[in-house]
Design a protein around this ligand. Structure first.
Ligand SMILES: CC(C)(COP(=O)(O)OP(=O)(O)OC[C@H]1O[C@@H](n2cnc3c(N)ncnc32)[C@H](O)[C@@H]1OP(=O)(O)O)[C@@H](O)C(=O)NCCC(=O)NCCS
Length: 231
């Protein structure tokens, strides 16, 4: 977290911090936290203005963040700086044994490690902020997987996942069809740590996939609203 973390102090006391990651044209606000004793005094607004200035200086034209749907102070803060709700994401967890019950993908859809040279095309195909995958590669232990349609090898919009075996979970986790999810999970399994009987995935803006996983034994851990705005 150190690169991109900003601490806000008052008389030597920590009042707030932000963690912001510029991803080429998109600025990602990962954390905004004001110390409980300092809330309601305009520091959250100041911290967002600071984040916006940091992103503009880095050449970003948009900014994005995720927030829980019931976090009213944060929702109001983000709307008041011109950001708007774009979609709902759901962090799900399922037992590895439940993965075996998921619908089988068609035989022409297969999973394999994504090559670093494919990152940009995969990011573009799924509308992920640029550098999402290439930055994830630099995190220790992260596994980047993709799906390929053997009948349409040039198609990058089949499936992609960034798997962190230590969490354990995948974010992003994107598939072109809910029935493709099983292929990605099965490709993660050889990398899964034996101490975890479950696997997590954050499903973004995909109600059909969320429902399919819930129907096959997944449980909701967290629901988050994705906000976006122009800078
Ligand atoms: C959300 C948070 C960062 C706001 O920080 P803050 O310093 O209290 O906010 P500010 O005083 O700058 O207020 C800015 C705006 O936020 C909104 N807001 C702040 N507190 C609010 C509250 N209790 N209820 C409703 N809206 C609130 C308002 O829109 C406010 O503008 P206004 O005063 O003109 O109405 C702070 O509550 C916090 O740290 N919460 C816990 C951590 C967290 O949830 N972070 C966001 C995770 S995504």
């Amino acid at each position: 977290m150190m690169p991109g973390t900003r601490i806000f102090e008052e008389a030597g006391s920590v009042a707030a911090y932000t963690w912001c990651t510029p991803l080429e044209d998109v600025g990602y606000v990962r954390h905004v936290v004001v110390h409980p004793g300092y809330r309601g005094k305009g520091i959250g607004r100041l911290a967002m203005a600071d984040a916006a200035a940091l992103f503009r200086a880095a050449g970003c034209s948009r900014w994005v963040l995720n927030v829980k749907p019931d976090n009213e102070p944060a929702l109001r803060l983000y709307r008041s700086v011109g950001m708007t709700e774009r979609y709902l994401s759901t962090a799900l967890r399922m037992e590895w044994s439940a993965v075996d019950t998921l619908p089988a993908p068609p035989p022409n859809v297969v999973a394999r490690p994504a090559d670093a040279t494919e990152d940009a095309a995969l990011e573009a195909a799924f509308g992920l902020p640029k550098k999402t995958l290439s930055n994830a590669r630099s995190a220790a232990g992260r596994i980047i997987l993709r799906l390929e349609d053997l009948n349409d090898a040039a198609n990058h919009r089949v499936g992609v996942a960034s798997f962190d075996p230590g969490f354990p979970g995948s974010f992003p986790f994107r598939v072109a069809h809910p029935s493709y999810a099983r292929a990605l999970f099965e490709a993660m399994k050889p990398h899964a740590r034996p101490e975890f009987s479950h696997i997590g995935a954050v499903v973004e803006d995909d109600a059909a996939l969320t429902q399919s996983l819930l129907d096959h034994g997944a449980e909701t851990r967290l629901r988050i609203v994705h906000f976006e705005g122009h800078l």
